[in-house]
Design a protein around this ligand. Structure first.
Ligand SMILES: [Zn+2]
Length: 105
């Protein structure tokens, strides 16, 4: 069984990783070099993929932020809906999850 401190360390590490990657995406999206129409179309497609990825990562980032807030409030590991303890197995897979299996499904 993992301690809250271990979970917190894991969450913070993931957050740092996401933060770095989100900045990379931002930088890539910022690039607007002079290109012909065809190249621009390809770039636009890439941008959409990047944006999709960025949105997913931003969502995960926010989820981790909320999870860390629950750590600070001593509420981490408990379901925000029903208050039941979230199983260790579930936290192993989804350390930032705010809900137990029952409420999430
Ligand atoms: Zn629940």
């Amino acid at each position: 069984m993992k301690s809250i401190t271990e979970r917190e360390t894991q969450l913070r590490a993931r957050m740092t990783e996401l933060d770095a990657h989100l900045h990379t995406i931002e930088d890539a999206l910022d690039e607007t070099p002079d290109k012909d129409v065809e190249e621009r179309a390809v770039e636009r497609e890439n941008d959409e993929v990047l944006e999709g990825l960025g949105n997913a990562e931003l969502l995960e980032f926010r989820m981790i932020e909320a999870a860390l807030a629950r750590v600070a409030e001593d509420e981490y590991g408990y379901c925000v809906d029903c208050g039941d303890k979230i199983t260790e197995e579930r936290l192993d897979v989804l350390p930032a999850t705010p809900k137990c299996q029952k409420c999430a499904s």
